[in-house]
Design a protein around this ligand. Structure first.
Ligand SMILES: [Zn+2]
Length: 329
């Protein structure tokens, strides 16, 4: 399985959050592991955005030290390997880990160290980071993230993403940023079409985005769906997350079915493994139950994911070989 859409801050083991909080004397809403697990899991269709975001704050509270960041990333790589993931692109927001004095560079170095050790101690997973800039953040902090992506590209960083409040800070505000990424040869995706309409997605694609995070609202615009197909843009769909944030209210109505049937390159991700209480397997089961998709369908989506991964072609070949082995074995 290939995982192209997972955020570190929503995927830290609850026990680790607790242990780090105790070590650091940091605040947690509860110090009981089971209670914390329950707190972290968002109920379906959590309409209160502030409530939803509070879950991620817990990770940012404790992931402000190199050792803690290294550990969280290491454990995530191990967890994904245990689940049978062959390759993962793990998103993080470096500027949110600088509250207690780390530089973005130190944050990224610590995360890459966590990836490298995690890969070494695992069966066969490979992983890279995707560094995220944030809608509405200070321009200088976003630019500092781009500088880190330039520095570590193909040395632990695969590409970039733009996350955050799509309605409040529309995609057109970030066209200049996309141009810098294009000039620097940094592949990128954009979280778009989740809280804003088709134009947000179109703008991202026309400015060089190779993948779109979610892209739910593209379905409202047939010409856009055609454009996504023609340009071989991958949509990174995270079904459980979409239900939780209420962008889709019933899995049977999820546009992933129409996209897939239309030949759009859809890939499946977990978004936030702990907060969404999910794994790739659970997502596949959800989709299987809703649409009757089989192993062949999921194999195809994994092939799309390999094609869309921000990897050199040799690495993709290796993944194609492994995928074939798994699905035919
Ligand atoms: Zn996401």
């Amino acid at each position: 399985m290939i995982e192209l859409h997972i955020h570190l801050e929503g995927s830290v083991r609850p026990r680790t959050l607790l242990e780090l909080a105790k070590e650091q004397g940091a605040y947690m809403p509860t110090y009981d592991e089971k209670a914390l697990e329950r707190y972290l899991r968002v109920p379906n269709c959590c309409t209160d955005l502030a409530e939803y975001l509070k879950r991620f704050d817990l990770a940012f509270t404790v992931l402000q030290e190199k050792k803690a960041i290294r550990r969280a990333v290491y454990e995530l790589v191990k967890d994904l390997d245990d689940q049978g993931v062959l390759y993962a692109e793990i998103r993080m927001i470096p500027q949110y880990h600088t509250l207690r004095g780390l530089s973005q560079s130190q944050v990224v170095e610590a995360a890459i160290a966590g990836i490298n050790r995690g890969v070494e101690d695992s069966r066969r997973i490979r992983a890279n980071l995707i560094l995220c800039t944030v809608r509405g953040a200070d321009e200088k902090d976003n630019f500092a993230t781009i500088v880190e992506a330039m520095e570590y590209l193909r040395k632990g960083v695969a590409g970039m993403d733009l996350v955050g409040d799509e309605a409040g800070f529309p995609t057109e505000m970030y066209v200049e940023q996309f141009q810098v990424l294009n000039q620097e040869g940094i592949p990128f995706c954009v979280h778009a079409g989740e809280k804003a309409g088709p134009d947000s997605i179109r703008l991202a694609i026309n400015n060089g985005a190779l993948r779109i995070g979610h892209g739910i609202h593209a379905i409202e615009d047939p010409d856009l769906v055609e454009l996504i197909k023609e340009r071989r843009i991958a949509l990174e769909i995270c079904p459980t997350s979409n239900l939780q944030t209420g962008v889709v209210t019933d899995i049977k109505e999820h546009p992933i079915k129409k996209y897939y049937d239309a030949g759009v390159r859809v890939t499946v991700g977990t978004d936030d493994m702990v907060v969404c209480d999910t794994t790739l397997r659970k997502e596949y089961t959800l989709l299987h139950n809703a649409f009757g998709w089989t192993r062949e369908d999921f194999k195809k989506m994994n092939q799309y994911a390999i094609d869309a991964a921000f990897l050199p072609s040799m690495e993709k070949e290796r993944l194609r070989y492994l995928l074939e082995e798994i699905y035919n074995g």
